[in-house]
Design a protein around this ligand. Structure first.
Ligand code: B12
Length: 167
């Protein structure tokens, strides 16, 4: 996908090619998902709600993060892509989440990560629920600025950071 992204940026590939590659990648991830161990059964490390913010349909990376967290032993509720801000909070309440993971792949949707944190504060849940942010335009500096508990650059780092915060 990285290579496809570079060729897309250079005008060598076009949106239909990116969509085909994305479909292939999603199919591949689904095959791997079925083969991944579920983590230590009965001893969940924590409950995590993970989704891509409203206005953003990119979900390949977020799905990989969910799968890796699940394999590491977390109970993960992947709420999909283009998720309204309030739905993150509602789901977190419903499943009594320890952490919310928020993905954003566009500079225009990055603000959604801040909005989730603000709504968590309004609902009086900020002390109870940790927030992890990620996605290509997100950085550690951005995470610090919006008051997220952590930022991870990729799925394996997400597992390490989640363990640091929740275990
Ligand atoms: C595939 C793709 C698409 C696919 C998405 C399919 C899907 N189901 O996801 C399709 C074709 C649908 C698409 C559409 C669009 N796209 Co697009 N897309 C990409 C592309 C090429 C690859 C993204 C990807 O899947 N990478 C592979 C995965 C594995 O990596 P990742 O997503 O970065 O995830 C990793 C980390 O970021 C991190 N991570 C991700 N989420 C999370 C969450 C947490 C909690 C944590 C801790 C970590 C984490 O871990 C992941 C695994 O290691 C990128 C270019 C790029 N190089 O990123 C452009 C890109 C993101 N798209 C872009 C744009 C502009 C669009 C469109 C607006 C295009 C258009 N003109 O219509 C639309 C958006 C529509 C919308 N409203 O969302 C721009 C965004 C520019 C910007 N900076 O704002 C990019 C950067 C391309 C570009 N250079 O122009 N796109």
């Amino acid at each position: 996908m990285n290579e496809v992204g570079i060729l897309f940026e250079r005008g060598k590939l076009f949106l239909p090619h990116v969509m085909m590659a994305a479909d292939a990648m999603t199919a591949g991830v689904n095959v791997l998902k079925d083969l991944m161990p579920e983590g230590a059964s009965g001893s969940k490390l924590g409950v995590i709600v993970n989704g891509t913010v409203e206005g953003d349909v990119h979900d390949i990376g977020k799905a990989i993060v969910s799968t890796m967290l699940q394999s590491a032993g977390f109970e993960v509720y992947d709420i999909g892509r283009d998720v309204p801000i309030r739905n993150f909070i509602e789901k977190a309440k419903e499943v009594n989440a320890d952490m919310i993971g928020i993905s954003a792949l566009m500079t225009t949707t990055l603000q959604g990560q801040k909005d989730v944190i603000e709504l968590l504060k309004e609902e009086g849940l900020r002390d109870k629920v940790k927030v992890m942010v990620g996605g290509a335009p997100a950085t550690q500096a951005w995470a610090d600025k919006i008051g997220a508990d952590c930022y991870a650059e990729n799925a394996s780092e997400a597992v390490v950071k989640a363990k640091e915060l929740l275990v």
